[in-house]
Design a protein around this ligand. Structure first.
Ligand code: HEM
Length: 407
């Protein structure tokens, strides 16, 4: 009796713990103290300042000046021609911007060509898992990251959310491109342009009544902590789930995949002292910055609907119930509930029991498993989705915004 009572109490405590965690993640909830040590970072050392209060001191003043001078349209026209990593910057860019970009396009001294090559080959081999996880996992998780959802919703791109929301997940996929950081590739260009867009957004969004009214006291958006939150929703989440699914990943591949994301964080302007040096350090940081802030927001809900609409529109065979069930399986039911995904008890159970078998079969670990037909349909639909949504029409066209979303 006593044992049962105790177990019941522990279970109730566990359930309360979950509710408590979700409660703390409400927009009003306080962020946990920043205790992640710079010794666990790529830099190995640093001031240990909370990245919540760090933005981008190189890019921000330059982009603010470009906007204030009314140079954005001219700059965007010039930048359309800048598409390859090895290409010279277009002539005619304002001097301050050119100077910033010449510096920002330099790869970090610690970038390792062999690891980047390995990461690209790894992402290609595991393309279906990586693609499904970016598109249906990270993409939808971003709608449960209130600050990101609000920033996207109230910025210029929010007016065409369909186009906008597709881009972060796409960027994740482009990072895995075979050429990504090679001279003929385009990831350096994409990262530098994205860094400039983020800097422009930092100047513009504080002028948006919609954003200021919902920012929960944050006065400048897209801090380095926020960028690392999104980074974990892409890199850390994808690695963790692939491992949980039983995807075969050797140590060198796992390190290489981390490396391409470390380089990408640096290229997006994140200081090396916040970039995790190892997966263990990444998991620890993710626990501190991502897990506690996941929450529902009205802006996130609007974005969820847009994203689900895009997937359904692609008509890759992914019906809403299938997307809901697979995403709930991938993100967990807490996040599924948070972003309003419909419950699909039967499908969810099927997927949870059969998906790992299917992965094991694809990885050559087990013979053809007896799984319900709907699972093969799901896998085929995901394959089509990855092809249609993620790997077409590269590179992403990125423009610097000069206004917020019109009211
Ligand atoms: C723009 C990726 C972090 C908010 C973009 C763009 C990309 C991108 C590719 C350009 C898309 C376009 O031109 O529409 C990323 C990546 C991140 C990250 C890879 C982290 C690893 C964040 C965070 C926030 C944010 C943390 C907010 C809290 C925005 C906004 C825009 C933008 C508001 C501009 C939308 C517009 O007006 O067009 N991001 N982002 N991003 N990002 Fe991020």
């Amino acid at each position: 009796m006593e044992g049962l009572g105790r177990r019941k109490m522990l279970m109730a405590g566990g359930a309360l713990g979950v509710v408590g965690a979700l409660g703390a993640a409400s927009p009003a909830g306080a962020r946990p103290l920043w205790t992640w040590a710079p010794s666990a970072s790529i830099a190995g050392t640093g001031k240990g300042l909370d990245p919540e209060w760090v933005w981008d001191e190189e890019a921000d003043p330059v982009l603010a000046a470009v906007i204030e001078r009314g140079d954005v349209a001219r700059v965007n026209t010039l930048l359309k021609r800048w598409t390859r990593n090895d290409q010279a910057l277009p002539a005619g860019l304002p001097g301050d911007l050119k100077e910033f970009m010449e510096h920002a396009r330099q790869m970090p001294s610690w970038a390792d060509r062999a690891k980047l090559d390995r990461a690209a080959r790894f992402s290609k081999t595991k393309g279906i898992y990586v693609g499904a996880l970016y598109g249906l996992g990270s993409g939808l998780m971003s709608t449960a990251i209130p600050r990101e959802a609000r920033a996207v919703y109230y910025s210029k791109g929010g007016a065409d959310m369909k186009d906008r929301i597709a881009k972060t997940a796409r960027l994740g996929y482009d990072i895995g491109d075979l050429d990504a950081y090679l001279p003929q590739g385009s990831m350096t260009v994409t990262a530098v342009k994205t860094r400039m867009v983020h800097a422009a957004v930092r100047h513009l969004l504080p002028q948006s009544p919609g954003w200021s009214g919902t920012s929960g006291g944050q006065t400048i958006p897209i801090s380095q902590a926020d960028i690392m939150v999104t980074w974990h929703s892409l890199a850390t989440f994808v690695m963790r789930r692939m491992k949980e699914w039983g995807v075969r990943i050797n140590a060198a591949d796992s390190e290489a995949y981390l490396h391409v994301w470390q380089v990408s964080a640096h290229m997006l302007g994140v200081s090396d002292e916040y970039i995790p040096a190892t997966w263990d350090a990444a998991y620890a940081q993710s626990k501190q910055v991502l897990d506690p802030i996941l929450a529902h927001s009205p802006e996130g809900e609007a974005l969820t609907n847009v994203l689900l609409g895009i997937v359904a529109e692609l008509d890759a065979g992914l019906t809403r119930p299938l997307i809901s069930a697979f995403t709930r399986y991938t993100l967990g039911s807490d996040i599924g509930d948070m972003i309003g995904l419909s419950k699909q008890p039967v499908l969810e159970k099927l997927i949870a029991s059969a998906w790992p078998l299917l992965v094991a079969f694809r990885e050559g670990l087990v013979p053809l498993p007896a799984v319900p037909a709907v699972l093969w349909t799901l896998e085929e639909a995901i394959r089509k989705f990855v092809l249609l949504f993620l790997s077409e029409g590269r590179p992403i066209a990125i423009d610097i915004p000069d206004v917020n979303r019109p009211l």
